[in-house]
Design a protein around this ligand. Structure first.
Ligand SMILES: C[S@@+](CC[C@H](N)C(=O)[O-])C[C@H]1O[C@@H](n2cnc3c(N)ncnc32)[C@H](O)[C@@H]1O
Length: 418
C-alpha cells in the first residue's frame, strides 16, 4: 500500500465517521444532504489540516487570519455546513449563489443541484478566490464558478437565484440579495442579533423575508461594505473581557469596568437545563428583551482569574446600563448532571438587574421552552413604517429592519418593543 492509498482509505473511514456524527448531532436531517457529504472528499478542500482535523465534525479549518490574529476565512465546520444546507432545502436544477468561498461548500452545492443546476460562489478576498478555484478544479468540480467581488453588489450575468447561502456572519441584508432572489426563493444567512448569531432560513414572500427555520451558529465576520455595525466595549483594560453590542457605544465602558472590579451579586431562577436539550433559544429570548443588551465575551485568562463565569468564554447574553451589567450563567445541580440557570450582576443596580434577568429566564421557561411555536424572525426593508411591522422586538439596520416575535402560546404575540 502506498502512502497515497493509505491516506485515501483513511479519509474514506474518517468521512464515514463524520457522517455518523452529523446524524447524531441532527445536523443532517435528510438523505439527500447526507449523500453530498458522503460523495465530496472534504480533506481535498482543507490541505492546511490533517485529514483527522478536516473531518472533525465541529472544527472549522482556518485558511486566513488578519494581522490581529482574527480568522478572516475558513472552511466552515461540517456540522454548520450540514445544518445550513438542510435549511436551504436545495434541489436538482436550482440556481444558487454562495456568499463566502472555501471550495468545499461549493462542491457540496454542485452535488445537490446536479448537472442541470448551477452554483456560483463570491468572495471578497482574491487569495481565497484563487484557492477555491484551484481546489475545486483539482478535486474534479470544474463547473463551480468562483467570482471575486464584494457580495454587497449584484453578480453580473448570474441572477436570478433560487437560493442564496451566506457563509459569513452578517448584520444586515443588502438590496442586491433581495433583488437577485426569486419570489418564494430562500436565503440562509448567519444573522447577528445583539451579539447572538443564528443561521436563519428566510423565504421571500410579499416584500418580506419570513423565517422557516433558525439555529444557533458561529461565523467569521463579514468584511467590506457589509462589515457589521457591532461595537466591542472593553470591560477590562487589557480587553480580556468585552461586551459586544449592535450599536455604537451607548455607555461608558470604564463605568462597566469599575462595576466588574466591585462585588458580584448572584440570582438563581430554579430553571434547570441539561442532558442533550439545547437552550440557545433562551439566549435569543434574553437578547430580544426591551432595554440594552449585548453579549459578554472573555478570554480564558479572565475566566481562570474568576473575573467572569466560564459562560463568558462562549456567549453570555448581558443586560447593561450606564453603571453596571447582569449576564446569564449556570451552576451545577449536584448529582444530577443538570445545571440551574441564573445571573451574575455587577454595579449599583446589580440586585435589580440580576432579578430582571432571572424573571425573564422564568418567563422563557414558562411560556416558550416547551412551546412548539418558536420565535419568528421577519426581515423587511428599512423604509417599512412602524405600523406595517409585525409585532415583536425590532432591530434597525442600514438596509433592513429585523423583527423577532415570541408567540405567547395563547395565540397572542408579545407587546411591541425595540
Ligand atoms: C467562513 S468563510 C466561507 C466558507 C466556505 N463557504 C466553505 O466552503 O466552507 C467566509 C468567507 O467570506 C468572505 N467574505 C467576507 N466578507 C465578504 C464580502 N463582503 N463579500 C464577499 N465575501 C466576503 C471571506 O473572505 C471568507 O473567505
Amino acid at each position: 500500500m502506498t502512502t497515497a492509498d493509505y491516506t485515501a482509505a483513511n479519509a474514506d473511514e474518517l468521512r464515514r465517521r463524520m457522517l455518523d456524527d452529523l446524524w447524531t448531532l441532527t445536523a443532517l436531517r435528510t438523505q439527500t444532504v447526507a449523500e453530498a457529504f458522503a460523495a465530496v472528499p472534504r480533506h481535498l478542500f482543507a490541505p492546511e489540516a490533517t485529514p483527522e482535523q478536516a473531518y472533525a465534525v465541529d472544527t472549522a479549518v482556518i485558511t486566513k487570519r488578519g494581522p490581529d490574529g482574527a480568522a478572516l476565512s475558513s472552511v466552515s465546520a461540517p456540522s454548520i455546513q450540514a445544518a445550513i444546507l438542510e435549511q436551504a432545502d436545495l434541489g436538482p436544477g436550482m440556481q444558487v449563489l454562495e456568499i463566502g468561498s472555501g471550495g468545499y461548500n461549493a462542491a457540496l452545492l454542485s452535488h445537490l443541484v446536479g448537472p442541470t443546476g448551477h452554483g456560483v460562489s463570491v468572495d471578497g478576498d482574491g487569495d481565497i478566490v484563487e484557492r477555491a478555484r484551484r481546489l475545486l478544479a483539482e478535486a474534479g468540480y470544474p463547473r463551480g464558478r468562483v467570482v471575486h467581488g464584494d457580495a454587497e453588489h449584484r453578480i453580473p450575468g448570474e441572477a436570478p437565484f433560487d437560493r442564496i447561502i451566506v457563509t459569513v456572519g452578517d448584520w444586515d441584508l443588502p438590496p442586491a440579495w433581495w433583488d437577485q432572489l426569486v419570489e418564494s426563493g430562500r436565503i440562509v444567512v448567519p444573522l447577528l442579533m445583539r451579539g447572538t448569531t443564528r443561521t436563519v432560513a428566510l423565504e421571500k414572500t410579499g416584500g418580506r423575508l419570513v423565517d422557516r427555520d433558525h439555529q444557533w451558529a458561529g461565523f467569521v465576520a463579514m468584511q467590506g461594505l457589509g462589515a457589521r455595525g457591532e461595537t466591542f466595549l472593553p470591560i477590562t483594560e487589557d480587553e480580556q473581557v468585552v461586551l459586544r453590542i449592535d450599536s455604537p457605544a451607548d455607555t461608558d465602558p470604564q463605568a462597566l469596568a469599575q462595576a466588574l472590579r466591585g462585588p458580584r451579586t448572584e440570582a438563581w431562577s430554579g430553571v434547570e437545563v441539561g442532558g442533550t436539550e439545547p437552550f440557545d433559544d433562551l439566549d435569543l429570548f434574553l437578547a430580544t428583551q426591551p432595554g440594552r443588551s449585548g453579549l459578554l465575551q472573555a478570554l480564558p485568562a479572565a475566566v481562570e482569574a474568576k473575573l467572569v463565569s466560564a459562560w463568558a468564554r462562549w456567549s453570555a447574553p448581558t443586560y447593561y446600563n450606564d453603571t453596571g451589567f447582569a449576564y446569564r450563567t449556570t451552576r451545577r445541580v449536584p448529582d444530577t448532571g443538570r445545571a440551574e440557570v441564573g445571573a451574575f450582576a455587577h454595579g449599583p443596580d446589580a440586585q435589580a438587574s440580576a432579578g430582571q434577568a432571572v424573571a425573564d429566564i422564568r418567563t422563557w421557561d414558562r411560556r416558550h421552552r416547551r412551546s412548539r411555536q418558536r420565535a419568528h424572525i421577519t426581515v423587511v426593508p428599512a423604509a417599512t413604517p412602524a405600523q406595517a411591522l409585525p409585532t415583536g422586538f425590532v432591530m434597525n439596520r442600514r438596509h433592513t429592519r429585523v423583527i423577532v416575535t415570541w408567540p405567547t402560546g395563547d395565540g397572542h404575540t408579545a407587546a411591541p418593543c425595540g
